[in-house]
Design a protein around this ligand. Structure first.
Ligand code: PGA
Ligand code: ZN
Length: 427
């Protein structure tokens, strides 16, 4: 049921932070049109594929993406025009070959990613299928447990909050997505009231989470536990906690610098810090507990905690098969974060997930801190069946659109889908 690509057109649009990003529109010879847009990180791993920025100080402080847009319109579009839109793998490969580098530094991962996403979106439309159905045909879909970031820190708050980047609630005890999102929203609002009553700030950061001024990185966990209970739920049974430490951002000269706590810790001491946290709180998952090149530290972290909780590598693996393979060989984690724009194409992202699955690792599909209203990753997470999606707070349009898409998919499936629940987490 293929259809021929008639045109591919890129343009510069704004993301949720007000920074420029790439949008791509594809038209087919059967009249179908589809479009997609590319997210953008702030606490990016140094090993991620290259996001091409113009570096013209006169436009958007150097963040313009006109070069990437031009690369789509003048190099990628002519090469893909006339091809069958449903041959995703072949088309992604053509783009990688056109670029010719390991890190997509020539054309830009943002240029390639925009086209790759738009190809899948348009092909699904052309086939008359929902995106998740186009990406994977199965009798019963698994709906992911949402990992909902309600307190923000680190770079996403320009260092105005805690050192740890994301404090997430994980409503794994709910019976379906609809209930999970209601629990999350109620907890979010209970937290807002709690913060207000304590005279703490209720303004929100890039991903919609609150940014309280506190003097310990543990304090947000206490606040969240309190909010879960105030909302009427049992911590650990109904709702657990997940953390994205984003430790690469405060790894300085071989030490982990906890600014809030005036501490400089070695990897071993950070691991002890986590052991203490896990002993005291219902924490089910820790992402980027150590820095992106601290392989020895990660190995010890996995030895000590890998049997108890899910240990996810984000900056460590950057959705890159080579780095995930090294991680599996060296036994440094048990799960990988999946961000399509970290590697650049849908095909390479699926390869990363396949590798994780083959090795019985977990994986978490993720948004970026700079987003658009695209809900591509919602469908993608359902199609991949990993049972986990993190996409920010239950607040701000670009975040809730992705959760709302899960609600739509659940309804479309008319009781045939299953909610992943606690079993989705590696332990
Ligand atoms: P980023 O943050 O999109 O700014 O990289 C998200 C994350 O670290 O998971
Ligand atoms: Zn992360």
């Amino acid at each position: 049921m293929g259809a021929i690509i008639k045109s591919i057109q890129a343009r510069e649009i704004l993301d949720s932070r007000g920074n420029p990003t790439v949008a791509v529109e594809i038209a087919l010879d059967n009249g179908v049109r589809g479009w997609e847009s590319v997210p953008s990180g702030a606490s990016t791993g140094t090993h991620e594929a290259i996001e091409l920025r113009d570096k013209d100080p006169k436009r958007f402080g150097g963040k313009g993406v006109l070069k990437a847009v031009k690369n789509v319109n003048t190099i990628i579009a002519p090469a893909l025009k006339g091809k069958d839109v449903t041959t995703q793998r072949e088309l992604d490969e053509i783009m990688c070959e056109l670029d010719g580098t390991e890190n997509k530094g020539n054309l830009g991962a943002n240029a390639i990613c925009g086209v790759s996403l738009a190809l899948a979106r348009t092909a699904a439309k052309s086939c008359g299928l929902h995106l998740y159905e186009y990406l994977s045909k199965t009798e019963s879909y698994t709906l992911p447990v949402p990992m909902i970031n309600i307190i923000n820190g680190g770079i996403h708050t320009l260092m105005q909050g805690p050192d740890f980047q994301e404090y997430m609630i994980v409503p794994h005890g709910a019976k379906n997505i609809k209930e999970a999102m209601r629990w999350a929203s109620e907890t979010y609002h209970a937290l807002k009231k709690l913060l207000k009553d304590k005279g703490l700030s209720i303004s929100v950061a890039d991903e919609g989470g609150f940014v309280p001024t506190i003097n310990s990185n543990k304090e947000p966990i206490n606040l969240i536990i309190n909010a879960i209970e105030k909302a009427g739920y049992i911590p650990g049974e109904h709702i657990s906690i997940a953390l994205d430490i984003a430790a690469s951002c405060f790894f300085i000269k071989g030490k982990y610098l906890l600014r809030i706590e005036h501490e400089e810790l070695a990897a071993e001491e950070m691991i002890d810090y986590y052991i203490n946290l896990i002993d005291n709180y219902p924490i089910i998952l820790i992402e980027d507990g150590l820095s992106e090149d601290d392989w020895d530290g990660w190995k010890r972290l996995n030895e000590k905690l890998g049997q108890e909780i899910e240990l996810v590598g984000d900056d460590l693996f950057v959705t890159n098969v080579k780095r995930i393979k090294q991680g599996i060989d060296e036994d440094v984690a048990n799960s990988v974060l999946i961000k399509i724009n970290q590697i650049g194409t849908v095909t390479e992202t699926i390869a990363a997930i396949t590798l994780a699955k083959q090795n019985k690792w977990g994986f978490v599909v993720s948004h970026r801190s700079g987003e658009t209203v695209s809900s591509f990753i919602s469908d993608f997470s359902v199609a991949m069946g990993g049972g986990k999606l993190k996409t920010g707070a239950p607040c701000r349009g670009e975040r809730v659109e992705k959760y709302n898409q899960l609600i739509r998919i659940e309804e479309e499936q008319k009781g045939k889908s299953v909610y992943a629940g606690k079993d989705a987490f590696v332990r």
